[in-house]
Design a protein around this ligand. Structure first.
Ligand SMILES: Cc1cc2nc3c(=O)[nH]c(=O)nc-3n(C[C@H](O)[C@H](O)[C@H](O)COP(=O)(O)OP(=O)(O)OC[C@H]3O[C@@H](n4cnc5c(N)ncnc54)[C@H](O)[C@@H]3O)c2cc1C
Length: 380
């Protein structure tokens, strides 16, 4: 565990915003991570664990927090829990996409559609990362967690993490705090042992995205490569030469609304049953009539519907590439949902754009979009 001279968060987050924190500690091993957390908690300092900084929107000013950088790595193959199933344990700081590449190389199925998602393995359960019909909840056995309240480490099964649509008990949504203040030390996954065989991909979001004909199948490596190219076309794979990737991915979550409210939206607005993602989704939008300036997460009912935030933004008149006059922040030129830093934008410039987009959608469609990244030291 090494205390280092604090680095501005604008250099450590993919949205490239954020001031200098009070303290910064690098944890390179699991024990160092545990020690750093216990020391920080004992001192009563405000704290923030930082993985790849790809889901963080940090404010411009100095940050009172001690930032602990999670830099632990390692993949361990445990005993197979059943025939045809491989169990692996991965340290929290391991790169998510490096893990996906490793699983594909070893013929293990279950997270290949999550190729190209930036960030670390330990942050993945925090918002139950998902893409193209796969979410980590589908393969997650559990996590090794250290709780702030006790400083104790325990193995927590996935079922106790409240994993839902871009949420878990560990995520602080804008306007509310996390249900459990804890840090993931390692993650355990169960994956199918499939080798390099061509797989029949069942009908659904992934098969549609891959554009497979009726009788076509794909190997894990082919799925990964196809997903990586689809994502690159949308600016959703980090690329230092492409300003469209200076983002936190989707800035706003698809909105989850009651079915009768969804019926008031134009019929062309894409919508899906909530159950298509996961059963325990929390709501991400509230009708304007109930809006009091905050966006508390509310529990979704079975009949709730997920509607496309990208469609709502575009049809509220905010097009890809949109920038407010003189601003260095703009919507991605490839993806309406990504707010991007076009070079040197302050957090306030990005926040101004977020407020504008949210207000346009509010006045056009009467619902309030919930940001997906964690906001620290900044308001929208
Ligand atoms: C270009 C781009 C594309 C993206 N595409 C997707 C996508 O397809 N699907 C998707 O779901 N997300 C996507 N994201 C969002 C992001 O990649 C994920 O949320 C990712 O899991 C964040 O990991 P991180 O290590 O960068 O987290 P950070 O940004 O470092 O942290 C995010 C939050 O998690 C907390 N945290 C970090 N590590 C831990 C830990 N070990 N234990 C507890 N809490 C922790 C942090 O304190 C913070 O609150 C995208 C982002 C970008 C920039």
């Amino acid at each position: 565990m090494v205390e280092i001279t604090p680095i501005p968060l604008s250099e450590l987050t993919t949205l490239r915003s954020g001031g200098v924190p009070a303290r910064m500690i690098d944890a390179d091993t699991r024990d160092e991570l545990v020690d750093a957390l216990r020391d920080t908690w004992a001192a009563g300092e405000p704290w923030l664990v930082l993985g790849g900084g790809s889901n963080l929107f940090a404010g411009d000013g100095e940050l009172a927090h001690t930032v602990i950088r999670v830099r632990t790595t390692g993949i361990e193959r445990l005993d197979d829990p059943a025939e045809g199933v491989a169990r692996i344990r991965v340290q929290a700081g391991h790169g998510w996409d490096d893990l996906v590449a490793w699983t594909v190389e070893h013929g293990l199925a279950g997270i290949e559609a999550l190729s190209g998602v930036p960030g670390t393995v330990g942050a993945a359960p925090v918002q139950n990362i998902g893409a193209y019909g796969q979410e980590i909840v589908q393969t997650l056995v559990g996590v090794e967690l250290i709780d702030e309240s006790t400083g104790e480490v325990s193995d927590v099964p996935a079922a106790e993490l409240g994993l839902g649509f871009r949420t878990s008990v560990l995520k602080s949504h804008y306007g509310s705090v996390a249900e459990r203040d804890a840090v993931i030390l390692s993650v355990t996954l169960d994956l199918g042992i499939v080798g390099d065989a061509a797989l029949s991909i069942p009908p659904g979001q992934l098969r549609t995205a891959l554009g497979l004909a009726d009788d076509e199948s794909m190997t894990l490596a082919e799925v990964r490569n196809t997903i990586l190219s689809i994502r690159a076309r949308k600016g959703m794979v980090l690329d230092p030469t492409d300003p469209d990737t200076n983002s936190a991915g989707s800035f706003f979550q698809n909105a989850i609304v009651p079915e009768d409210f969804a019926r008031t939206l134009p019929a062309e607005c894409p919508r899906w049953p909530v159950a298509a993602d996961s059963g325990t989704a929390t709501a991400t939008a509230i009708p304007l009539a109930a809006y009091d300036g905050t966006v508390p997460p509310i529990v979704a009912a079975a009949q709730d519907v997920k509607v496309s935030a990208g469609w709502l933004i575009e049809h509220a008149g905010v097009a890809k590439g949109f920038r407010l006059p003189g601003s260095r922040a703009g919507l991605s030129t490839k993806h309406t949902l990504a707010l991007t830093n076009r070079g040197g934008a302050s957090a306030e410039e990005i926040a101004e754009l977020a407020r504008f987009v949210r207000a346009r959608v509010q006045s056009e469609f009467g619902l309030t979009l919930q940001p997906e990244p964690i906001l620290v030291g900044v308001e929208i």
